[in-house]
Design a protein. Structure first.
Length: 228
C-alpha cells in the first residue's frame, strides 16, 4: 500500500510545529466557508497573526471578518497578512475575559471560531465566551472551537502516549510529550488550562447550542455548536 501523505504545515504557519494542525485547519476552513458566503459576518476569537483567517478567506473571500486579540502587535501582523484578501475587516484589541468591554459589531455572525486560544482562558471565561458567542450567532450559525482538551483519566494515559508516539512517527514531529500522567498535570498552568472534552458539550448545550466533536486527533479537538 502506498504511504498516506498527510497535509503538512507550510513555513508561514506561526504554529507549524503542531503536527496535525494543517489537517485540522483544512477541515475548519472548509466548514466555515461552507456556512458563510458573501456579506456574512464571521468572528475570530484570538486571531493572532491572521494565519487561520487567511486560510478561511482563501475559501470564502467575500465575508465580513472581525478578529479579536489581546495583543496590538498580533493585530498589526494580522492586518498585514490579510491586506488585499478581505472585503471588510474589523480588528479589535480586547480581552476575551472582559466580554462586556469588547467593541465588536453586534452580529449576527454566521460563524464564530477560535483556534488554540481557549486554553489560555480560565474555565469561567470559556463558559462566558461560549454563551456570549451563542447570543451573537445567526440562526443556523455555528461556533467552532479548535483547541487542546484536558486529559483527566490517568488510566487512559498510556493510550494517549501511544497516540502521540504514532503522530510523531507519521509527521516527524511531536504533538506533546509527557512520560506519565503526573508530569502531564504538572505542566498545566496559567498558559495551559484546556477544558475537558465533556465540558465543551455541556457548556455548549447550556448556551443553547447543539454540540458535537467533528474531529479529534491526539488531544486536539474540533468542536462545533450549532444554533438551531
Ligand atoms: C496560540 S495563538 C493562536 C493564534 C491563531 N488563532 C492561530 O491559530 O494562528 C493564541 C492567540 O490568542 C490570543 N489571546 C490569548 N488570550 C486572549 C484573551 N484573553 N483575549 C484575547 N486574545 C487572547 C493571543 O494573544 C494569541 O494571539
Amino acid at each position: 500500500m502506498p504511504p498516506i501523505e498527510m497535509p503538512r504545515n507550510p513555513p508561514e504557519d506561526p504554529i507549524r510545529s503542531h503536527p496535525t494542525r494543517a489537517e485540522q485547519l483544512d477541515i475548519l476552513s472548509d466548514l466555515v466557508a461552507d456556512r458563510a458566503g458573501e456579506g456574512d459576518r464571521v468572528l475570530d476569537l484570538g486571531i493572532g497573526t491572521g494565519y487561520v483567517a487567511r486560510l478561511i478567506l482563501d475559501k470564502t473571500p467575500l465575508i465580513s471578518l472581525t478578529g479579536i486579540d489581546l495583543k496590538a502587535e498580533s493585530l498589526d501582523a494580522a492586518r498585514e497578512t490579510l491586506a488585499g484578501r478581505v472585503k471588510a475587516l474589523d480588528l479589535v484589541e480586547g480581552n476575551l475575559e472582559d466580554l462586556a468591554d469588547l467593541d465588536v459589531p453586534a452580529g449576527p455572525y454566521r460563524a464564530i471560531y477560535t483556534v488554540l486560544t481557549f486554553h489560555d482562558l480560565p474555565d469561567e471565561a470559556k463558559i462566558a465566551a461560549i454563551r456570549w458567542s451563542a447570543e451573537r450567532l445567526a440562526p443556523g450559525g455555528a461556533l467552532f472551537i479548535l483547541d487542546r482538551i484536558r486529559l483527566h483519566r490517568p488510566a487512559l494515559f498510556p493510550l494517549q502516549i501511544a497516540l502521540w508516539n504514532r503522530i510523531e512517527r507519521i509527521y516527524g514531529s511531536p504533538m506533546r510529550s509527557a512520560v506519565d500522567f503526573d508530569s502531564y498535570i504538572a505542566d498545566m498552568g496559567e498558559r495551559n488550562r484546556p477544558a475537558r472534552f465533556e465540558d465543551y458539550f455541556a457548556w455548549m448545550e447550556d448556551a443553547g447550542l447543539a454540540p458535537s466533536c467533528l474531529h479529534l486527533h491526539g488531544n486536539i479537538g474540533l468542536f462545533a455548536g450549532m444554533r438551531p
